[in-house]
Structures are given as structure tokens and as C-alpha cells.
Design a protein around this ligand. Sequence first.
Ligand code: SAH
Ligand code: SF4
Ligand code: F3S
Length: 479
Amino acid sequence: MYNNNPTLDKVDDKKILHDRQGEVLTLEKLELNPDAKRFYIESYGCQMNFSDSEIVAAILAENNYFPTKNMEESDLILINTCSIREKAEDTVRKRLFIYNKVKKQRPGTLIGVLGCMAERLKQKFLEEEKLVDLVVGPDAYRDLPNLINSAEEGNRSINVLLSREETYADIAPLRLDNNGVTAFISIMRGCDNMCSFCVVPFTRGRERSRNAFSIVSEATDLLNRGYREVTLLGQNVDSYKWENPETKEVVNFANLLEMVARVHPDLRIRFSTSHPKDITDEVLYTIAKYENICNYIHLPVQSGNSRILKLMNRTYDRPWYMERVEAIRRIIPDCAISSDIITGFCSETEEDHQDTLSIVKFADYSMSFMFYYSERPGTLAARKYEDDIPLEVKKRRLTEVIELQNQLSLESNQRDVGQTFKVLIEGSSKKSDADFKGRNSQNKMLIFPKKDGLKAGDYTMVTVNRANSATLFGEITTS
Ligand code: SAH
Ligand code: SF4
Ligand code: F3S
């Protein structure tokens, strides 16, 4: 147990013990039971998918299936898929081809497709991909044990029902590939926004928020197991809204942030993704009030042009977005902002594209995820607008945005040279075991020489002495 937690008395200790014992029991079961089956899982797409894979792992571990990192020795190969762009789906199809080779060598191995592509293609998946045994949508993971049983009997099984209630609130995720320091917590599922380019509302269903106390309890449990950073996940975290069924009290996102921030001052809070139309001053003031809520906001703009934003159905325009950036700068002066950008959306002109470049400059993003538009079947844009920008134009505009962003990231990082930041150590640097890696509040990665007595999960002060566009390099300063 973590001793200095001022709020532990308010937390349901039994739940923590239950969860912790649950994980220990899982490992014991595995050791005691040499016949236990093994599953191998690969995840693609957004952080929500990686978080879902940990829920899937917990459900499977309860049912005698345990994780392995070795595909060749597994009885069940799962792929948690993404449909956001055509390329994402192509990657999945390539992986299925590889799995099928394994299956030929090891007949009896089951192959299951989970997540957004399963939801989008449904029955078609079983028809097109003859060697897939299971197709399971994002709201149907509790049904996995039944579906696996049925597949083991030789049936091809599918459940792609979407739910209005499922949040998996009671399932303690089995942390896969973890560094023991940072973890994701899903706070909501689905999306009600209907951006015209986006497939997510079709693959993930209606928006619903998870019980706030189960979120606080999961954060507390993670803290007690040594974690020092949680990222609250949702497609649109600012519209989080949960009503306590007993008191009828409503918890909004600002309230939730505060509840999680109070778990312990040493537990850092991040969150993703914020929607420019929904991020409130109340949220910004809450971030400013708590040192452990990181000064970093991912605020995807998509386009800098108001006409394009309207066609995208983003429900804000250029002046609105600029005002939100100004509010962030005013209320949280040292806050880093990052973005998602799409180039070459239907009917985008060169002037519209210039508006995107100028808003990228205005917002001075620390980094961005940038894509060219990929039409997705069934979306509003696919039905209403012509995908009329030639691929080479989409790509050229994308290159221009990427070059500008790289320049801004470099300048932003160079401004940090000479400054000292509080860094949470995440582990050894990938390149050198003599160095630590960790992030500052602004979500920038720092690399610095190790020092005796410090380990992953500790905070330390680091002074930056050089930088490139992706990373800051520095030295630990003792003060
Ligand atoms: N909920 C988040 C985004 C989720 S999808 C939000 O509203 O910001 C992640 C990113 O993928 C989006 O922000 C968008 O930039 C990109 N994206 C989504 N659909 C796309 C498409 N059809 N083509 C290209 N990029 C797309
Ligand atoms: Fe897609 Fe828009 Fe929802 Fe984000 S907010 S998931 S872009 S529909
Ligand atoms: Fe992809 Fe689904 Fe996430 S489409 S981006 S995995 S919600």
C-alpha cells in the first residue's frame, strides 16, 4: 500500500484488495495449470483500442486463457483492429495473411478479429476472410468466452452488437506490455459527434460515460501498484457526464479531473481527446489548479478553414478554435497544445489549405498527428461529398503541413534548452541503458544520464542542454 495517501480512507479498500489478489491469482492459476491455453493479441489504432485489449486480456484470463508474446505457441490469435483510414484496414489484412500461415502449421489455432473493423464489416468479414473464426465488436467482449467455446466446436462465431450501456466499469484490466509507471483508464465509450469524415460513431456506437467512482478506484489501485501516471481516455472527454444513480449528482469532466487529481499529488493525470467545441474554461481552471494534472492538451483542429470545418461537421469555426487556444494560453500559460490535421478533404482549395498552415502557426503546436483524407464507406462525407482532391495534391499538402510542424516542434524544443523540468522516469532509454527516459508535464520526452538511487516511477528535475524536433536531452539537477 502507498502510505502517504491522504484520501485512501475514502477509497473502497476491499475493491483494491480484490483487484490486486485477482491479478496474483491469475498468475498462480497459470503456474498451477500447465494445460492453460494461450492467447496472443496485437492492437492497432487509437489508445482506446490498446486499453480495450487489456479488458479483453482480463476477460480471457478469467477463462483459462493467458497472454503470450509468442504467436507460434498460441491457441488463439487476436487482432484488435482500426478502421479510421483505408491504410489501417490494409495493415490488418496483411497481418491476417501472416496469422493464417501460423494456423496452417498449427491447425486448431483460432483466429479472432476484434474492434472497429469487426464492427464495420460484420458478417462480411467471415465471408471474405475464410480463415477467421471469430468476429467480435467493441461492445461484445464479455461474450468472448462463449464465442470461443463455440469456435472450438468448429463454428464460426460473431457478435457485433453495440450497446448503449456497456463501459466494462467492473473489469480490472490486465495490463499488457506495461512499464509499470504509466497506464490508460477508459472513462467513456462511443461518440455522438458525427464528424462527416469519421467512421468511429459507426464502429463504436453511442457515447456513454463510465461510473466516476470506478474510475477513481482504478486510479487508486494503479497508484498502489506503483503507477505514477494515468491517461483518461475517450473520443471526446469534455462531454464526459455521469449521473450518480443514488444522489442524482452529475459529474462532468472538470469534476472527474478533480476527483482523480485528488487521489494523490504524485499521481499525474493526462487525458485525450479534447474536442474544441466542448472544452470549457472550467476544465482549463481545473488543470491550472492541480500541479499533477499535466499542462498538455490534445485539441485536434482538423482544418483551419471555416467552410471546410462546416463540411466536416466539426461544429466550430476558425475564430472559435482560435479563441479556445487563447483561453488555454491565458489560463494555463505553460500549456503545450497538440493537434490532428487532415489535408485534402472534399473540395479543399489552395486558400483553404493555407488557412490550415496559418492556424498551425497560430496555435504553435508542440506536435501533431497529420493525415491526408481517406474516404470511409458509410460516413456522411462519403454519401454527400465527392472525394475530389487528387491523391498527389492531398499528399503534397500533407508534406507542407508536416514540414511546418517539424519546424515548429524544433523551435519549441529549442526554447526549452536551459530550462529545468520535473520529469517522471518511465524507464531506460531505448538507445542506451546508461540513460533514462521520461516526460515533462508538457508531454515532451526527455533523455538523460542515469543516477544511482533513482528508478522508473520516480520524479526528478532535469535541465535541458540540447534538443531536436522530437526529443529533449539533459542532465539531472540536484535541487
Ligand atoms: N475523437 C478524436 C479523433 C479520433 S480519430 C477527435 O475528435 O479529435 C483520430 C484522427 O484521425 C482524427 O482526429 C482525424 O484527424 C483522423 N481521421 C479520422 N477520420 C479520417 C479520415 N477519414 N481520413 C483521414 N484522417 C482521418
Ligand atoms: Fe470521429 Fe469526430 Fe467523434 Fe472524433 S469527435 S471520434 S473525429 S466523430
Ligand atoms: Fe481506429 Fe476505432 Fe480508434 S477506428 S482510431 S480503433 S475508435
